[in-house]
Design a protein. Structure first.
Length: 184
């Protein structure tokens, strides 16, 4: 049999063509962009979670009996007497079910990597820094508002207005920030 006509040679040629196509696709991806490793891990966790939700929907649509028994292999080809077709059914997890469990395992690995990298602690530090910036900005805004108010208040009551202002700010600002936190 001539080399290009045998099955092994055809399969090798098909693999080479597929590899060439894949390399062309990769070449068109462009230049890589810099990415924060922590952000990349969090994105992977989020995308994997979204994938799991879709896979769970697919698994929920499968008939109960089909989850563990069904077609696992279909093969068509040419035989000595013409076209052939072979279908193999056996006990085994449905493809969607296997994909779901593989995705769950990947999510667990990504989440562990994120935890091991200290991303949760980093997020807490960032939130604390943002909170400190907001507190500083609020204090500056309120101090400037009080200064403006005091310019139109008679000197005799400025001390009283200042003390009511400080007392009110100490009560109102924390209450409103807590309400904002509950709404988020």
């Amino acid at each position: 049999m001539h080399g290009s006509a045998n099955k092994r040679s055809r399969q090798a040629a098909e693999r080479n063509l597929a590899r060439e196509k894949a390399m062309k696709v990769l070449a068109n991806l462009g230049e890589p962009e810099p990415v924060d490793p922590a952000e990349a891990l969090l994105q992977l966790v989020a995308w994997k979670r979204a994938e799991i939700l879709v896979l769970r929907e697919r698994v929920a649509e499968i008939e109960q009996d089909d989850l563990v028994f069904g077609t696992v292999k279909e093969k068509t080809g040419e035989g000595a007497l013409g076209p052939t077709s072979e279908t193999v059914e056996q006990a085994g997890q449905h493809t969607w079910y296997r994909l779901l469990h593989a995705a769950e395992d990947q999510l667990a690995r990504y989440a562990k990597a994120a935890l091991d990298a200290g991303i949760a602690e980093r997020q807490v530090r960032i939130a604390e820094q943002q909170g400190s910036l907001i507190a500083t900005a609020l204090k500056g805004i309120l101090d400037q508002l009080l200064a403006r108010v005091l310019t139109v208040v008679p000197d005799a009551v400025q001390g009283e207005v200042s003390s009511v202002w400080v007392e009110s700010v100490g009560e109102i600002v924390p209450r409103e920030l807590r309400a904002l936190g509950r709404a988020a």
